[in-house]
Design a protein around this ligand. Structure first.
Ligand code: FES
Length: 217
C-alpha cells in the first residue's frame, strides 16, 4: 500500500516527478543560454554612435585652427581641438616651450573640456591667451598643461587619428608616451581627423608653468 501511495504521488497528469524536474532543468538551461547570447550581442554592439560623446567624431581637416591660434570648440564631443608648434614664433603668447621641456611640441591634440581639479567646465579666455576655470581659478596653457593650480595635473586628452580622404585609411595617430596622448603631426595628405572620445588618457602631473616665472599666487 505504501509503495502504491508513493508511486501515485510521483505521477501527475502522466508526467513523473523525474520528468517534470528534467523539463524544468532544460528550460533553465535554455533561458541561461539565451541570456548569455543576449549579453554577448550587447557587448559586441558599439555603445556609442558616431558623433555622440563617448564615440568618435570625424571632422574635415580644415576645421583645425591655425597653428598656435585659439582652440576650436567642439561642444558635442566635449573637447577642444588645438594645433601646436613651439618651433615657430607665431602665437608664442599662447603656446611656448617651457624650461623643463627638452623637445619642441608639435601636432594636433584633442583636449577634454573638464577641469582636472573638481570637474568644472573651464573656458578659453582670449584676452589672457589661456584656459581658465571659473570655479577655483586653475589656468592652463593652449596644450592643456597647468599654469596655475589648484588643478592637480594637465588636462586629459582624447585619441586623434589623421585619415585619408576615404575616411578609413589611418595615416597617423596620437602616440601614447608615459600613458598620455602626444600631439599627432598630420601627414600632408590628411583629409579628415577622427577624435575618439571613448579613448581618453589622464594628463600627467607636471610642474606649474607659473613656477618658472615666479608668478604663482
Ligand atoms: S574645478 Fe577647476 S579649478 Fe576647481
Amino acid at each position: 500500500m505504501a509503495n502504491a501511495a508513493v508511486s501515485a504521488g510521483e505521477t501527475s497528469g502522466g508526467v513523473t516527478r523525474r520528468e517534470f524536474l528534467f523539463y524544468i532543468w532544460g528550460a533553465s538551461m535554455a533561458l541561461f543560454a539565451a541570456e548569455s547570447a543576449g549579453l554577448m550581442v550587447w557587448f559586441l554592439i558599439p555603445k556609442f554612435r558616431e558623433g555622440e560623446f563617448g564615440g568618435t567624431f570625424t571632422l574635415p581637416v580644415d576645421t583645425l585652427p591655425e597653428i598656435n591660434a585659439a582652440p576650436e570648440n567642439f561642444a558635442e564631443g566635449r573637447f577642444w581641438l588645438v594645433n601646436l608648434d613651439t618651433t615657430i614664433p607665431d602665437g608664442e603668447e599662447r603656446m611656448f616651450q617651457a624650461q623643463d621641456e627638452s623637445q619642441s611640441i608639435q601636432g594636433v591634440a584633442a583636449i577634454y573640456k573638464v577641469c582636472t581639479h573638481l570637474g568644472c567646465i573651464y573656458a578659453w579666455v582670449p584676452v589672457n591667451n589661456r584656459f581658465e576655470c571659473p570655479c577655483h581659478g586653475s589656468k592652463y596653457r593652449l596644450d592643456g598643461r597647468r599654469i596655475e593650480s589648484p588643478a592637480p595635473r594637465t588636462l586629459d586628452r582624447f585619441q586623434v587619428e589623421a585619415l585619408a580622404d576615404d575616411k578609413a585609411t589611418v595615416l597617423a595617430a596620437s602616440e601614447i608616451v608615459d600613458n598620455f596622448y602626444q600631439p599627432v603631426i598630420l601627414p600632408a595628405d590628411t583629409a579628415f581627423l577622427r577624435i575618439d572620445t571613448g579613448a581618453k588618457e589622464t594628463g600627467p602631473s607636471q610642474e606649474l608653468l607659473c613656477s618658472f616665472t615666479g608668478n604663482c599666487p
